[in-house]
Ligand binder design. Structure first.
Ligand SMILES: [Fe+2]
Length: 253
């Protein structure tokens, strides 16, 4: 659905409920060629295509799939976009390397059965993309179809997490770094609480942010709402800093 001007938003089917089949929110920036951010899981790919088409957008006109990180609920359907339309996908180089190693964990069924971090999620097996299908992108200015965007490295939820900023429109797409009212998970393989806290401090300092699209849940709209949300996140960080919780963040894999 059209969110504002050239920005389209396709919500994941179960919002902030992480106990069922998880799918992320998808963002599309319409242009001469469209930019699609986080296509979600392959099982919902056909539904996403139908939703995009119902907005009179032809999926074959997508020029690039950009990934905030390599978790399957964000990245898996990029395999289908590549196979069906030849659309390239990009992620940070760090995340790409991660996906060639420990990051593969997220695509295996036993992770969701046998580990404390994974057992929170009820998920079946995913198709593991080969890391070579992803073009590496880096933090800094990001020019696509004559528009100037910015990418930011935001590790902490995943080692190569990337945020997408379009200053001209006030849009910030942040993947799973945080959500309305709560910080992202840091207890998954490759996650780290203190690193995530640093990334959120950096993000909170960005100017030109009027709407934040999170990987799950509602968009945060309005400068004051964005500010209030950061205030809540930093309260949560302060509380967590004073608990043992953060010291048992990552199981060994
Ligand atoms: Fe994630």
């Amino acid at each position: 659905m059209q969110f504002k001007d050239d920005i389209y938003f396709y919500p994941g089917q179960n919002g902030m409920n992480f106990s069922g089949e998880i799918n992320c929110n998808t963002v599309l920036i319409k242009g001469s060629k469209h930019l699609l951010i986080d296509p979600g899981i392959a099982r919902r790919y056909e539904e996403l295509l139908a939703a995009i088409r119902s907005d009179n957008i032809d999926p074959s006109d997508i020029g690039l799939v950009l990934l905030t990180h390599g978790h399957p609920d964000h990245a898996e359907a990029s395999i289908r976009f590549k196979a069906d339309f030849g659309i390239k996908a990009a992620m940070s180089n760090v995340e790409r390397q991660f996906l060639g190693g420990v990051g593969r964990t997220f695509y295996r069924k036993d992770f969701y059965k046998n580990t404390k971090a994974g057992s929170k999620y009820r998920i079946s097996e995913y198709i593991l993309p080969d890391k070579s299908m992803f073009i590496p992108v880096f933090s800094g200015p990001f020019l696509f179809e004559n528009r100037q965007y910015r990418l930011y490295d935001t590790p902490g939820h995943s080692p190569g997490g990337l945020c997408f900023h379009w200053p001209e429109s006030g849009l910030l797409v942040i993947g799973d770094n945080y959500f309305p009212g709560t910080i992202g998970a840091y207890d998954l393989p490759g996650g780290n609480f203190r690193t995530l806290a640093k990334s959120l401090t950096m993000l909170s300092g960005l100017l030109d942010v009027e709407m934040v699209m999170c990987g799950h849940g509602e968009a945060i709209v309005g400068r004051e709402q964005v500010r209030q949300n950061y205030a809540a996140l930093f309260d949560e960080i302060k509380i967590k800093e004073n608990t043992v919780d953060v010291n048992e963040e990552s199981e060994s894999f």
